[in-house]
Design a protein around this ligand. Structure first.
Ligand code: ATP
Length: 318
């Protein structure tokens, strides 16, 4: 990796850090490093955090709008800045302001999106000149979903999720998301629950589940109904067995008109593929009445993970 610190063209910038959903998540087995070997199709969605970066002479200062998200070295955004500082021996500082919109511990990669935004933004702000590939390599050291978030869009992810192959973008798939307000699920717990379940040899339904070729064909043909029918998430059953609300929401989305519904990542957020944004909004309004303890979002698929909005303020004072 070659950091080439240049002059610093920007004093500050704001990034849109988009969440993701998993259209497909198949667990192939365990790896010697303790992670699971997976095949996933990840899709960026319009729901996003805002990440504001301002250059400072020294240090990393973090401000976060969400009271339950740590604003210190435990925060993935902080860790991303620290990693760049170390790797590039950049004697530069930053103030990071996180405006959280993505629900936390929801299976939507909120923390990963913020970390990816910090990598992309600081590469500009500190003038490091790193390529997208180099940023993704650094991202993989911080977490499995972060390399995806750097570029986003629609991607096939293998390995532990860090080996990426971009697929054709499909912008504007209408989506309705539902998350029990006070429930978060730890990713580590969900994978462990899957392993326990598999070890207990509960009846395998793998052969009746959608397969990767099916979902890839639906994506290639842009067949929304076929896509809705090929959704798969191997973590869904173990999470659902523990948290019945996840299954109830999935069923409620289908009854409210979703062509297909699935838990995203390790949950507990469930998304429905809707025939249109209008119908998604109608379904949200009616479901809200039945599920007052659940948050809903009407959103859609998006072609990129991070969007950089150059700061309109003037450059460095002379
Ligand atoms: P994934 O889908 O990648 O598994 P998630 O959406 O389930 O992620 P996050 O919202 O990223 O989960 O949060 C998981 C944990 O990470 C939380 O307990 C939170 O305290 C911690 N965390 C660290 N940094 C952040 C951040 N910037 N935003 C949200 N959570 C963060």
């Amino acid at each position: 990796m070659h950091c080439q610190p240049r002059s610093h063209p920007m004093q500050a910038c704001t990034l849109i850090a988009r969440a993701k959903i998993n259209l497909y998540l198949e667990i192939l087995g365990s790896r010697p490093d303790g992670y699971s070997e997976v095949t996933m199709i990840l899709q960026s969605i319009a729901l996003a955090d805002r990440v504001r970066l301002q250059r400072r002479a020294h240090g990393i200062h973090l401000i976060c709008s969400h009271p339950e998200v740590p604003a210190d070295g435990r925060n993935l955004a902080y860790q991303a800045a620290e990693l760049l500082q170390k790797e590039c021996q950049a004697d530069l500082g930053v103030e990071i302001q996180l405006e959280k919109q993505i629900p936390v511990a929801a299976g939507l990669a909120g923390g990963s999106a913020d970390a990816a935004a910090v990598l992309v933004g600081l590469n500009q702000l500190w003038g490091l000149g790193l390529t997208v590939g180099e940023l993704q390599n650094l991202a993989a050291r911080l977490g499995s979903d972060i390399p995806f978030c750097v570029q986003g869009g629609t991607q096939l992810a293998t390995g532990r999720g860090e080996v990426l192959q971009p697929l054709a973008d499909w912008e504007g798939i209408p989506l309705l998301l539902a998350k029990p307000r006070h429930l978060g699920v730890s990713t580590a717990w969900a994978y462990q629950a899957f392993r326990t379940r598999t070890a207990a040899s509960l009846p395998s339904v793998a052969s009746s589940l959608p397969s990767l070729p099916q979902v890839l064909a639906a994506l290639e043909q842009r067949d929304l109904l076929a896509l809705a029918r090929s959704l798969r998430n191997d973590l869904e059953q173990p999470v659902l067995a523990e948290y019945a609300i996840v299954g109830k929401l999935r069923q409620a989305l289908l009854e409210a008109g979703a062509w297909g519904a699935l838990m995203s990542g390790s949950g507990p957020t469930v998304f429905g593929i809707m025939p249109s944004l209008e119908l998604a909004a109608q379904a949200r309004d009616s479901l809200r009445r039945h599920f007052p303890e659940v948050d809903f979002w009407v959103t859609q698929s998006a072609p990129t993970g991070i969007l950089l909005e150059p700061d309109p303020q003037p450059l460095d004072p002379p």
